[in-house]
Design a protein around this ligand. Structure first.
Ligand SMILES: [Zn+2]
Length: 154
């Protein structure tokens, strides 16, 4: 799938869940109230948690939109207080459906996965697969995934 089609699929999913993913121009982006900016990305990207809206501006890797969607749809805490690791398996399930796992893995290479500060990108292929299996199981246990299908929990 092209990035455009993936973004269209994400927008459809967000709207089905009562929120949205919106592309805006720079001036609009700078004036959004209560916008929480996504760290660790050069992209202009952020969320308004209360309205379940992901905003972006310009070129944003579509897999990064999935992470921000996790903050508003798959997390009962605002981004500041969130445990992102809890929805890692949820993100994976979405990018897998959209055939973007390779891109997502690359985009998350610096993601800190434990208290020792190890990163996702340091894992071997088999460690990575085991980690993803564990995260998917965790997402099922918390209701973020049902029969492999990503859910919105708020
Ligand atoms: Zn985040």
């Amino acid at each position: 799938m092209t990035p455009e089609r993936c973004i269209a699929a994400l927008k459809a999913l967000a709207s089905k869940w009562g929120g949205s993913v919106q592309e805006v121009d720079e001036d609009t982006f700078d004036e959004i109230e209560d916008l929480e900016l996504a760290p660790f990305t050069g992209a202009r990207l952020g969320v308004v948690y209360a309205t379940k809206t992901v905003y972006y501006c310009g070129d944003v890797p579509w897999v990064d939109l999935v992470h921000e969607m996790g903050h508003v749809f798959a997390c009962n805490e605002t981004p500041e207080g969130s445990q992102e690791w809890d929805f890692f398996g949820w993100e994976y399930a979405i990018v897998r459906k959209l055939r973007g796992v390779k891109l997502w893995v690359r985009s998350n290479s610096g993601y800190i996965i434990n208290k020792d500060g190890d990163t996702f990108g340091e894992l071997s292929r088999s460690e990575r697969q085991a980690t993803l299996r564990e995260r998917v199981a965790h997402a099922h246990s918390t209701g973020l995934l049902k029969n492999g299908e990503p859910q919105a929990i708020r």
